[in-house]
Write a protein that binds this ligand. Structure first.
Ligand SMILES: Cc1cc2nc3c(=O)[nH]c(=O)nc-3n(C[C@H](O)[C@H](O)[C@H](O)COP(=O)(O)OP(=O)(O)OC[C@H]3O[C@@H](n4cnc5c(N)ncnc54)[C@H](O)[C@@H]3O)c2cc1C
Length: 318
């Protein structure tokens, strides 16, 4: 079974999510990568160490801006050139647009929000959540290539130590594909690791009481060398940016340590962080659902506990 994986890249490096999907593709059978845009050939070779046997690179001025439509043309060219049973994407704003466009172009089926993939005979079976993330269902395809958009953060990259053959492919671009223009792109200011990359996450919920409560999360995250995440309740309230939201409508994370402060543990939050190594919860309500799946629970007021915990971590580190 041959899978092509769309390898999104930024600042000369393939994203962690894309490499995670590549690792999964390699476990399913033959895995090839596709790198599109500026410096594609340079970036492509690095995918060999993460399971790609071949990486197809398309570099063209039409792909300079991170716009989806020219990427649909380029991916179509690669699929027609290389052939593929599956085309897999790690979910992102760009990847979702490209996957949807490619599905329309190839008249192919697209399963999205996929959290696992398995081979069953000649078939590929995708697991995806349903009914508000309360159950996982098996989903299939009725034709090939099968397109799948994998929920962000689902698979960790696996270093294979291999090397990839890089093959350059030329694409033709449709007139309508090059009509959109990127007018401006803003970079969100960030310090420390992103929640996708962090080994430690300190997440805050409504129990923080006010936006200023996030200073407690930031202090503890800094002491632990981690990143700060948030629940949808506080993101919707405008206390913290959406890019840090964990859960069904946010990101899926799997750090080694997840500290949940003032978070009730709603199912829609749980699905985004239940793969974490160790989960520690601080909540003043002993019946909060988060204690059902936390490895360590502290019942109490976070405003009392967290400053002391942060102080303790800093002292131990010192
Ligand atoms: C379709 C859909 C999608 C959703 N997607 C997401 C998603 O992606 N991510 C997500 O997080 N949610 C999502 N939600 C919302 C989810 O259902 C919950 O409403 C949300 O996770 C609750 O956030 P919270 O834990 O911060 O707030 P609450 O549920 O209000 O919990 C606050 C907790 O803080 C505790 N607390 C209060 N004061 C203190 C204190 N001083 N010290 C210690 N503890 C204290 C309380 O006991 C309580 O348990 C979604 C909902 C729907 C319907």
């Amino acid at each position: 079974m041959k899978s092509l994986v769309f390898l999104e890249h930024a600042d000369g490096a393939i994203t962690k999510g894309s490499l995670g999907v590549l690792g999964k593709a390699a476990a399913l059978g033959e895995a090839a990568g596709v790198v599109l845009g500026g410096g594609a050939a340079d970036v492509a070779a690095s995918a060999g160490a993460f399971g790609a046997s071949t990486v197809y690179a398309v570099d063209d001025p039409a792909l300079a801006a991170p716009l989806p439509q020219p990427r649909v043309d380029a991916l179509e060219a690669v699929v027609r050139h290389a052939g593929a049973d599956n085309v897999l994407f790690a979910s992102s704003v760009l990847a979702a647009d490209v996957a949807a466009g490619l599905a329309a172009r190839l008249d192919a089926g697209l399963n999205w929000d996929v959290v696992d993939l398995a081979v069953d005979g000649d078939a590929l079976v995708a697991k995806r959540p349903a009914l508000g993330d309360t159950v996982l269902v098996d989903a299939g395809w009725t034709s090939t290539p099968r397109l799948a958009l994998v929920r962000s953060g689902t698979f960790d990259p696996v270093e294979s130590g291999g090397t990839a053959t890089v093959e350059t492919v030329t694409a033709e671009f449709q007139d309508f594909s090059t009509q959109a223009e990127l007018v401006e792109q803003l970079q969100e200011a960030a310090t420390g690791p992103s929640i996708e990359d962090a080994d430690t996450i300190v997440a805050g919920g409504r129990g923080l009481g006010a936006p200023e409560g996030f200073q407690l999360c930031e202090g503890l995250a800094e002491a632990l060398g981690g990143a700060v995440a948030a629940t949808r309740a506080v993101v919707d309230a405008g206390w913290y940016p959406y890019s840090t939201q964990v859960g069904q409508t946010g990101k899926t994370v799997s750090p080694r340590l997840y500290v949940a402060l003032g978070i009730s543990g709603a199912i829609q939050h749980k699905v985004g962080m239940q793969g974490s190594g160790v989960i520690i919860a601080v909540n003043k309500d002993p019946n909060a659902p988060i204690f059902d799946f936390a490895d360590l629970g502290v019942v109490g007021d976070l405003h009392t506990i967290v400053p002391k915990l942060t102080e303790l971590v800093r002292a131990r580190k010192g």
